[in-house]
Design a protein around this ligand. Structure first.
Ligand code: FDA
Length: 949
């Protein structure tokens, strides 16, 4: 059939379907509920507010909380129907009524997860001529226990389905079979997933069942597809039917179909393919923008629809090797499927259509009446865990671009609805990230490149023997492995280097901001070009996991580029206010010689950030990095010199505390930029502020110190998000970040559940040598750090109650400086583990009776660096925003990972001096400003144009 003839047949079919659907409206849109949903569909504020409320509902304990949240969610939409709703909100029994109504709403999309519930739903569907696939809807799986529960639910579902369906049909999410689904650890993920998939496949095989793998976000797509292909090999039993969902909004889905076709040939079995458009379109756009990664999806709805039609054609032409399921509620998309099926004279058992429970029922009925084989996707679960699912469906039903809304709100006439979609996609916007995008380790080739960089870096390292006067760099995961040796400097050598740097500074200052900024940019490009090698070095020298090591290099690049831009803006004279006859202007000059004392935990970013800030503003930068990160520091200096910085201007000194002290005390030192512990910071302040002979100035001290950072978790918090955010903040890089979370202040209402989920989620992480990405976290930096953390665990065991402690198997620990991750509960605000910085994987959980007390406990600290709040009540978030006195406050997100120029970073109190790195004020600390005021009046004559810039 020609393309024109085919299009003609599609139109005829679509018109027929449209007419047969008639005026029927989906059950969702009938009655009072329908009226409300129609209002919701056309009012964005109401839509946002209502969905936000429903999202919180399962967590709300009583009527008062329900009324409070509803009022907060709808406070900007007080008209008509909504006003009435709010007036009722104060009445008794209101909470119960709201809950009942939402359950009813949810039940239209979700079947009750019980033998009786499923039987009833399937019977109704069967009467309507539809078969079913059942899906256990759940919360995010963050622990082994939750993954076990998911498996158990699926096994149970199969058992319930067996007597109801000749060939039971389940849909499942592979990510719910393990809490550690990580493309970077593909082999480990496969092992974990297959361990739980095996009994499920066995049960499916015994019942001749189909298992369809749902497709999830793009980052996981390649791994999900690969696991599907691997499962064909691992579970060859022909009695189960494997199937997978593919998304038409991804341009590359055609080649995924090719892979499935060849797999089908290889294995000599038909494979199920469910074609969907893709449910994560909005998130994919947001994630790509936030990360600076290319947008993976098509960007116009019409292009997705056109691609969907093209893929439908391919699938329905390949029923010898595939069992296609065309899953859409779109009348035109399904008309295309029907036409292809007719053209190929497909029998009902060779293919099917699929739709979601509760959606587009008139079209469903019409298609069934046309003789199409139609399966309904029936999610099961209770309201509490199905809420995210419910919100997605409601959003879909009311979204502007959705065919559901357009069809049933009559927003589009028939001609437009059934018109052929246009295949062309607007050019995918190129990512314009203000920071260097991180490496995408979900791509197997990226993981391979990084593994190769690790090998190459290790091959270049020069092991050495213990010799007096040499610092031996050791791998913290295997302390016997010496990575290199660096000669240690004495205080006298350090002073000589400082004096040379001082002498070189005038020439550097004379170069001007522009020339110096150009050198920073060159250094940034050099770092970026060596990013894998430099990150690999961090993995070996400071035991950073791959992603964190890459993030550190990227942050260093960001600092250089950001400060280059800031410095250029500082160049020249800046007019303040001129008057007739008077000009006033300001210029910035370097302070002179800066001593830069940097820590090992962000070995490149912080050293490069502080030293480049000093250099770009015209100072000399005498660098004294922490000993455990000397190799990375050496690499940074190489880059600086290659970029054009004079060698004498930026010496790198390797030394113990007395070297730092000698540099700080020297009379030619004008400025100290320090990041590190509070104890060392206080000592530096003391030395720097004690004048010495020959000193003719006040020394500027920029001091960034530690934190005792807290995350407050409110009664209504989304616990899935809170648990994931706390675990990442507390245990990322084994807690060795000044921004790390070391206290959780939990509202009493959720305290026990949160503590339990935190312990389970932490237990799901694996600790081992970071050069193997199979492990989430590695050892501490040194034996001293290990001892200190172990001492604090002993203190905590006396003061509070040990809730959970991980273990690190000896053979994996291999003598490395590991500390078992530990969580304490029943911690009181005055306990030492609630007040002192530990710098290790130790988390203290405190209980608070209400949100205000929780916030007060969080603030009762000597430190003020980072803080977090998980709450869904806007008033509580506003309270935190107004009054939580930390330098970096994170609302409903993890509290580590600030980005240069986006989240300027630094704290107050004993955390720091309050001017944030990577922020617009930072460079001002490295200069002094001069103001010139000129009288331009000459005996009553004012020149037409004054000076100034
Ligand atoms: P409609 O024709 O209204 O299409 C809406 C879709 O168009 C959006 O979902 C999006 O994919 C796309 N779109 C919207 N705006 C766009 C834009 N500006 N640019 C590009 N594309 C745009 N999803 C998934 O990801 N994994 C899965 O496993 C499943 N499973 C599943 C099973 C069953 C039985 C069904 C019916 C659906 C799914 N889905 C899914 C959901 C599916 O991907 C899709 O979101 C909905 O079915 C909506 O698509 P329709 O064709 O029904 O409506």
């Amino acid at each position: 059939m020609s393309a024109t003839d085919f299009e003609h047949s599609v139109r005829i079919t679509a018109q027929r379907l449209y007419r047969r659907c008639g005026d029927a409206s989906p059950s969702l849109q009938r009655g009072l509920q329908g009226a409300l949903l129609r209002r919701v569909a056309t009012d964005d504020a109401l839509r946002g507010g209502l969905f936000q409320f429903i999202d919180t509902l399962p967590q709300l304990a009583d009527d008062r909380a329900i009324a409070e949240h509803l009022q907060a969610a709808l406070k900007d939409v007080h008209a008509g129907l909504v006003g009435m709703l709010l007036r009722f909100a104060a009445r008794p029994l209101f909470g119960g009524a709201v809950r009942w109504q939402c359950r009813r709403l949810a039940r239209q999309f979700l079947a009750e997860e019980s033998a009786a519930g499923i039987e009833a739903t399937l019977a109704t569907l069967s009467q309507a001529g539809c078969s079913a696939t059942v899906d256990a809807v759940g919360e995010a799986v963050l622990s082994e226990a939750e993954a076990d529960a998911y498996l158990a639910r699926n096994l149970q579902l199969l058992e319930w389905l067996a007597p109801l369906q000749p060939r039971p049909h389940l849909s499942l999410k592979l990510t719910a079979l393990t809490p550690r689904f990580d493309p970077l650890d593909a082999a480990g993920t496969r092992r974990r997933v297959f361990a739980r998939l095996a009994p499920l496949v066995q049960a499916a095989a015994e019942r001749g069942a189909t298992l369809t793998l749902d497709m999830e976000q793009y980052e996981l797509k390649s791994l999900i597809l690969q696991l599907f292909l691997d499962a064909l090999v691992a579970f060859p039993d022909p009695r189960w039917q494997p199937a997978i969902a593919l998304q038409a909004y991804l341009p590359e889905t055609g080649s995924d179909i090719d892979a499935l076709l060849s797999a089908a040939e290889r294995h000599g079995r038909r494979l199920g393919v469910r074609l969907v458009k893709g449910a994560y379109w909005d998130q994919e756009q947001a994630w790509a923008a936030q990360r600076g990664w290319p947008v993976p999806t098509l960007c116009s709805k019409s292009a997705t629809d056109a691609h969907y039609e093209a893929l439908t054609a391919r699938l329905l032409a390949a029923t010898d090797r595939l069992q296609p399921a065309i899953a859409s509620h779109n009348l035109r998309s399904q008309a295309v499927a029907l036409s292809h099926a007719a053209a190929h004279a497909l029998k009902p058992e060779q293919w099917e259509m699929q739709m979601l429970q509760g959606m587009a029922e008139p079209l469903r009925q019409t298609l069934v009446a046309e003789g199409a084989p139609l399966r309904v996707y029936v999610p099961t679960g209770d309201l509490e865990i199905g809420i995210a699912y419910l919100i997605r469906r409601l959003l879909e039903n009311t979204a502007g671009s959705s065919v559901l809304r357009q069809t049933w709100l009559g927003e589009m006439d028939m001609a437009t609805l059934i018109a052929a979609p246009v295949a062309s996609d607007p050019a995918t916007p190129t990512a314009t990230s203000p920071t260097l995008p991180l490496l995408d380790f979900s791509r197997p080739e990226e993981a391979q490149r990084f593994a190769a960089a690790l090998g190459a870096t290790r091959a270049q390292l020069k092991p050495a023997d213990e010799t007096p006067g040499l610092w031996l760099a050791r791998n913290p995961a295997r302390p016997n492995e010496v990575l290199g040796a660096v000669p240690l400097d004495t205080p006298d050598q350090a002073i000589a280097a400082l004096e040379q740097a001082h002498a070189a500074q005038a020439e550097w200052a004379a170069r001007g901001f522009g020339a110096r900024a150009a050198i920073l940019r060159r250094a940034a490009d050099l770092l970026a070009s060596r990013r894998r090698e430099l990150a690999a070095l961090q993995v070996l020298e400071v035991a950073k996991p791959w992603r964190e090591a890459d993030a550190d290099v990227a942050e260093a690049v960001d600092f250089l580029r950001y400060y280059a831009t800031q410095a250029e803006a500082m160049d020249g004279w800046h007019t303040t206010i001129n008057f007739p006859g008077e000009e006033n202007r300001v210029a910035y000059g370097p302070r002179g010689t800066a001593v830069v004392i940097a820590p090992w935990n962000f070995p490149l970013a912080i050293l490069a950030g502080m030293s480049s800030a000093a250099l770009v503003t015209g100072n000399a930068a005498v660098m004294k990095p922490a000993l455990p990160a000397l190799l990375v520091a050496r690499a940074w200096r190489e880059v600086l010199l290659e970029a054009g910085a004079p060698a004498a201007l930026c010496p790198l000194l390797a030394g113990e505390a007395e070297v730092g002290a000698a540099l700080v005390a020297h009379p030619q030192t004008d400025l100290i930029a320090f990041t590190g512990s509070r104890a060392v910071g206080q000592r530096i302040l003391q030395i720097a502020h004690t004048p010495v002979p020959g000193q003719r100035h006040v020394k500027q001290v920029i001091c960034e110190m530690g934190g005792k950072n807290a995350i407050v978790v409110d009664a209504d918090a989304d616990l899935d998000e809170a648990v994931a955010g706390i675990v990442a903040s507390a245990f990322g890089y084994s807690g060795q970040k000044c921004s790390a979370c070391s206290r959780v202040i939990a509202h009493a209402a959720i305290h026990d559940r949160l503590a339990q989920r935190l312990a389970e989620a932490a237990a799901a992480l694996a600790w081992g040598p970071p050069e193997d990405p199979a492990w989430d976290h590695g050892p501490l930096i040194s034996q001293a750090a290990q001892r200190k953390a172990i001492d604090y665990i002993a203190i905590g065991s006396n003061e509070a109650r040990l809730l959970w402690q991980g273990n690190i198997p000896n053979e994996r620990a291999n003598g490395g400086w590991y500390v078992a991750p530990t969580i304490f509960v029943d911690v009181q605000p005055q306990h030492r583990i609630a007040r002192e910085e530990i710098f290790g994987p130790v988390l203290a959980i405190l209980r608070a009776p209400d949100f205000a007390s929780a916030l007060a406990i969080a603030q009762d600290s000597d430190y003020g660096l980072t803080g977090g709040v998980y709450s869904r009540l806007p008033e509580h978030l506003a309270l935190a925003e107004a009054g939580y006195g930390v330098g970096n406050l994170y609302l409903n997100k993890k509290i580590t990972g600030a980005r240069v120029g986006i989240q300027p970073f630094g704290g107050r109190a004993w955390s720091g001096t309050g001017v944030q790195a990577g922020g617009s004020e930072y460079l001002k600390q490295f200069v002094w400003s001069r103001c010139v005021s000129v009288n331009t009046m000459r005996h009553g004559f004012i020149p037409a144009k004054g000076g100034g810039s």
